[in-house]
Structure formats: C-alpha cells, structure tokens
Design a protein around this ligand. Structure first.
Ligand code: ADE
Length: 248
C-alpha cells in the first residue's frame, strides 16, 4: 500500500507515520509513506500556496497550480494510477466499511487542504473521492489523512501481531461495538475481572463477549442497534434474554 500525502505541513504526517504501528508497517513492507510538501511545487519567488477568495469573505483559498503540479508529479512517479482523495468536511463520512474498502486499493494520494480549502477547479479535475472524518471543522486535512492512514494500515496483512484482532474489534464484520477487555491483576481497585474470562471455557467466553458486545451496542449506539437487531440469531436472542434476566 502506497500512501502519497500532499501537505504544507509534512512534519505532522512524518512524525506520526514514524512511530509505533505505522513505523512497523513500513518496516515490514506492508505500507510505504511518501510525504510531499505542496510548497515545493510552487514556481514563484515566495513559494505562495494560498490567495484571497474571489468574491471576498474570510480566510484564504489554496491556489490551484501548486496542488495540481504536486498531483501530476506524484502520479508520474506512480504510473498515473493512484486514486486521488481530498480530505474536507464536505466529503463522505469515514467509517470502518470505507477503511476496509480502501485497504484493498494499491495506494492513494491524500490531499490535505488548509484554510478554506482547495480551489474547486482542482477538485473537479483531479479528485476521485472526498472524505470527511466527522461533522466538525479542523484547521487542515492532516489529521483526517492520518485517521485514514491509521485505520487502513492496521487492516493490511501482517501489520497487527494477532491477525484476529482486526476482525474482532468494534465495527468489523458483525457491526457491533467491541466487548470490554481485562488483564492482570484479577482484583484491582475493589473490582474483580469477570469470572467467566478465567474459566478457560472458550465457548462460554465467546458467548459472554458476544452478549457484552450486544449490550453495549444496544445501550450506546441505538443507531447501529436498529440496523443489527433484525439480523440477530436465535442464539443471540437467547443470550440477550439471559442478560436482561440477570439485570432484573
Ligand atoms: N479538514 C477540515 N475538517 C475536516 C474534516 N472534518 N474531515 C476531513 N478533513 C477536514
């Protein structure tokens, strides 16, 4: 997976991808991170990347020429085949399904805007997908690009130590939130870890985890629960009934 990131703050991206799992993914050859400074593609003496908006109003708009030159250069280096993604609050909202879809791609060019964003003509000419990481406005697309990079990279083969953990966490395959997790010590702060987890009985442990995932999703995310509830199996319904009984 090749990530080509275009930004005027390369340090933000470089620092994050140089640590922890992203670093390991690069070392293992699962992901390659190339960070390009859009300012390097300016042709004027002062390396200007933004200008005042036509029509007036607050903020600045990123000039089209340097961004276009950066995209052209990066496409040429990659055989012209990478999808171009622009991070902005106007995009489709990022989620685990999109992370899984994008993890199948050979790579992508991620464009991070600043200020009021890109000149619309660059978006029309180059951008294949516009992605938002949530309904709030950030000062730039860098955090969005990193959210995409992180959530995609951890899905790549060989990146997580335990290949099951990507399948088991929240929002994967079954769409439920994740169950609670515990580790040693067994007693901490006056609270004991659930006994069933110490039983060594794998079927019971799996049932308990499934039950807790359903309970959490029902309580915390009624929007998700509404969609999943009709797909529950007979066994799921039994587990839920048992849970509701215990709580009465
Ligand atoms: N740039 C500014 N706000 C953003 C958001 N919510 N998602 C992605 N990119 C952004």
């Amino acid at each position: 997976m090749i990530f080509e990131v275009l930004t005027i703050f390369p340090e933000i991206i470089e620092n994050y991808v140089g640590c922890s799992m992203m670093k390991r993914a690069a070392q293992a050859g699962a992901a390659r991170f190339h960070v390009r400074n859009i300012r390097d593609y300016t042709t004027d003496k002062h390396h200007v990347t933004d200008d005042v908006p036509f029509g007036g109003g607050p903020g600045m708009v990123m000039k089209p020429e340097p961004v276009a030159a950066a995209i052209d250069a990066v496409q040429a280096l990659n055989g012209g085949a990478l999808p171009v993604i622009y991070l902005s609050p106007q995009g489709e909202k990022w989620n685990q399904d999109l992370a899984m879809e994008f993890s199948q791609m050979p790579g992508m060019i991620l464009i991070c805007g600043r200020y009021e964003g890109l000149d619309e003509r660059v978006i029309e000419k180059y951008v294949d997908r516009e992605v938002s990481i949530g309904d709030y406005v950030l000062t730039g697309g860098e955090l969005g690009a990193l959210v995409m990079i992180d959530s995609i990279t951890r899905l790549l083969p060989g990146v997580l130590g335990n290949s099951d953990s990507a399948v088991q966490d929240s929002f994967s395959s079954d769409g439920l939130l994740d169950c609670p997790h515990y580790t040693r010590p067994e007693h901490w702060n006056g609270a004991a870890a659930p006994e069933v987890l110490m039983s060594g009985h794998h079927a019971k442990i799996n049932d308990w985890r499934r039950m807790m995932a359903m309970k959490r999703t029902r309580e915390r995310r009624p929007d998700i629960w509404e969609k999943i509830e009709p797909t529950l199996t007979k066994k799921d319904r039994k587990l839920l009934a048992k849970l509701d009984e215990e709580q009465e």
